[in-house]
Design a protein around this ligand. Structure first.
Ligand code: BTN
Length: 233
């Protein structure tokens, strides 16, 4: 269960970073929320530009687990984000491993950070959802917000409440993997990986991706994958 306690800030460097720095006072399921971030982080060392108006939050899971179980929490977070958007009539899809997209444009991103190598001691899941931003400058063709779709200004905190509810509803559900696959946009489609075209043919429960083409079959860890172009027929 997440969201028993929510710590809210006008400004932070990064909500993920805040948890890392304050582990001694943060408990399992606590949420850190910020109106804006000055050093928002994305996957693969990218910057997550974080002006006021969008939703930025992280939650802490004080759970020991084997590394192979991490993907379960990415699936939970991805589906909870999809279900959050459904509550305001937005149909989004998951771009493997965990971008949330609408018509090829990104509306939300998820960053999972964990402590430990094989045996994980805890995890921090940070989520950014584009809520009220309507212009994305150089990201124009790759990003979209809730406001771009519904034409209304929404308080990011309201979206956070929907997320908490959606996430908690998924706890103890058996069919997370199935729901994840059903909500994927790219399953069985062509993707471009390191300048070659492949077809995704399998995603394991631990997130391992199998892709193949006439020449090669590849098995890729979800942490390593970053598609330059993921769409195709
Ligand atoms: C990605 O798609 O690259 C992941 C983006 C994750 C952004 C969120 S915003 C809240 C949390 N704090 C951060 O610094 N990053 C995550």
């Amino acid at each position: 269960m997440i969201g028993n306690k929510i710590y809210s800030f006008d400004k932070l460097d990064s909500t993920n970073e805040y948890i890392k720095k304050h582990l001694s006072k943060i408990n399992n399921g606590d949420i850190i929320f910020a109106q804006k971030q000055t050093k928002g982080r994305g996957r693969h060392g990218n910057v997550w530009i974080s002006p006021v108006g969008n939703l930025y939050f992280s939650f802490y899971l004080d759970k020991e687990m084997h590394r192979s179980q991490l993907f379960h929490y990415l699936m939970m977070s991805s589906i909870a984000t999809i279900n959050t958007l459904k509550k305001i009539n937005i149909n989004a899809k998951i771009k493997y491993p965990n971008d949330i997209i609408i018509d090829k444009k990104k509306i939300a991103g998820i960053l999972l950070e964990s402590k430990g190598y094989k045996k994980i001691e805890y995890l921090i899941i940070g989520i950014g959802i584009n809520v009220n931003q309507t212009e994305f400058k150089e990201l124009e063709y790759n990003a979209i917000s809730i406001k771009n779709i519904v034409n209304e200004t929404i308080n990011p905190k309201e979206i956070l409440d929907f997320f908490i509810k959606s996430y908690n509803e998924l706890e103890n559900k058996q069919d997370i993997y199935k729901a994840y696959l059903e909500n994927l946009d790219i399953y069985k489609k062509n993707i471009k990986y390191k300048d070659e075209i492949y077809k995704i043919y399998k995603i394991e429960q631990d997130g391992t991706l199998y892709i193949k083409n006439d020449k090669n079959t590849k098995l890729i860890d979800y942490n390593e994958v970053s598609f330059s172009d993921m769409y195709g027929k």
